[in-house]
Ligand binder design. Structure first.
Ligand SMILES: *Cc1c(COP(=O)(O)O)cnc(C)c1O
Length: 386
């Protein structure tokens, strides 16, 4: 095995590109025909793998891509895609020239940044910028109409910049109570209204907003979590306009199995003790893969049946208790479906007392990503082997 699959340990994450395709197309159906969708592929596409996800999203109709940092934007240029790429987070003024050279758009929110970046751009370069407005998120952005006007004037008088977009980000779009959301939207509307000339891209909708708030579409949306088939929050599950299809699943295989006797112990600290004769299987996945110690006790799926992790999770391995003997090489699903059973990203998020966003992001680069399209494996990415 191994050789043709690009990895030599039987632990892998599988990314269903058909589900990415479906989620993007369903989101596009909600939008007016003239509306543009940017696929959010920051953080290595929320742990799913930036280039394959970006390519699938663009094939499905995404107009452009967004990331958090310039390094991530440069990583996307490995692909042959010719689509707009926007960096949503902060970049250094000194890197303006690099961004311009690669035709990458940057986010700006301070006049001083523009003044400094101008010095770093050469006379044949033009950097495309989106102005970020802080309407209540309290993270990045210009907060006042005066501040916004100052930046816009500077951009218009400088030959080094193009005013390509204006945007904001919501703090509570995934909550059913829209009071704070409505305040932010009103603030953004006022900032957009104050512009004499509108830039080509005006955007504020993340997944939650795209899925349920038409009046906040402007002309562009930024779709992140729901492209991966996950609900932006638990409370939003009751108002989703289509059923999302989770793209990420995580699997391993039994590498060792043994019957232990009542009183025998398992793993570090010898904290787990068999209560009777038990079948214990060892799996080659541990906390260094992002399957952290807090997941002790969590279930996994073996031949469609739920079985518990027993004893402490080690750096590279963990143990499960089976209901009966199983062959070596039996597939064990940590996240995903087997038969009629499913362990969803949300279940793991609950166990970790976090949100679904965090779960695929923290599955580390040691776990190879296998891409499946129309039932076939189309690509394997294993950063360890380049
Ligand atoms: C991450 C991010 C998004 C995507 O949000 P989702 O909830 O994943 O859709 C959109 N805009 C900004 C500014 C972001 O940082």
């Amino acid at each position: 095995m191994g050789t043709d699959r690009g990895f030599y340990r039987d632990t892998w994450a599988e990314i269903n590109l058909d589900h990415i395709d479906y989620n993007v197309k369903e989101a596009l159906k909600l939008l007016p025909a003239s509306e543009q969708l940017f696929a959010v592929v920051k953080a290595n596409a929320y742990g799913h793998g930036d280039v394959p996800v970006a390519e699938a999203a663009v094939r499905a109709g995404a107009h452009g891509l967004t990331v958090a940092f310039l390094d991530e934007a440069l990583s996307l240029t490995k692909s042959k895609m010719k689509v707009p790429i926007l960096v949503l987070g902060a970049s250094r003024p000194a890197d303006a020239a690099l961004a311009a050279e690669h035709n990458i758009s940057l986010t700006v929110y301070q006049l001083e940044w523009l003044q400094e970046a101008e010095k770093h751009l050469s006379s044949d370069q033009v950097l495309k910028v989106h102005i970020k407005c802080d309407t209540g998120m309290g993270r990045l952005g210009v907060k006042t109409v005066e501040g916004l006007q100052g930046m816009v004037s500077f951009i218009h008088q400088s030959p080094r910049f193009t005013f390509e977009g204006i945007f904001t980000h919501f703090a509570t779009a995934d909550e059913l109570d829209t009071t704070y959301f409505d305040q932010q939207l009103a603030c953004f509307n006022a900032m957009v209204e104050s512009l004499e000339e509108k830039p080509p891209y005006i955007h504020c909708a993340n997944s939650a907003t795209t899925l349920r708030c038409e009046k906040a579409y402007f002309n562009t949306v930024r779709l992140g979590i729901s492209m991966y088939g996950l609900s932006p929050s638990k409370e939003m599950k009751t108002v989703l306009p289509f059923s999302l299809k989770q793209a990420f699943s995580l699997h391993t295989k039994i590498v060792h199995i043994k019957k232990i006797q009542k009183g025998e112990k398992v793993s570090y600290g010898a904290t787990y003790e068999a209560q009777e004769e038990e079948w214990i299987a060892t799996l080659p996945i541990g906390y260094a893969d992002g399957w952290i110690r807090k997941l002790q006790g969590q279930h996994m799926l073996v031949e469609g049946e739920r079985v518990p992790i027993v004893g402490r999770i080690c750096m590279d391995q963990c143990m499960i208790r089976l209901s009966s003997e199983k062959p070596l090489g039996t597939i064990v699903t940590l996240i995903g479906k087997q038969g009629n059973e499913e362990i969803s990203m949300d279940e793991i998020a609950d166990q970790l007392e976090t949100i679904n966003y965090e779960v695929p992001c923290v599955i580390t680069a040691r776990v190879p990503r296998v891409y499946r399209q129309q039932g076939k494996v189309v690509q394997v990415i294993n950063p360890l082997l380049g």
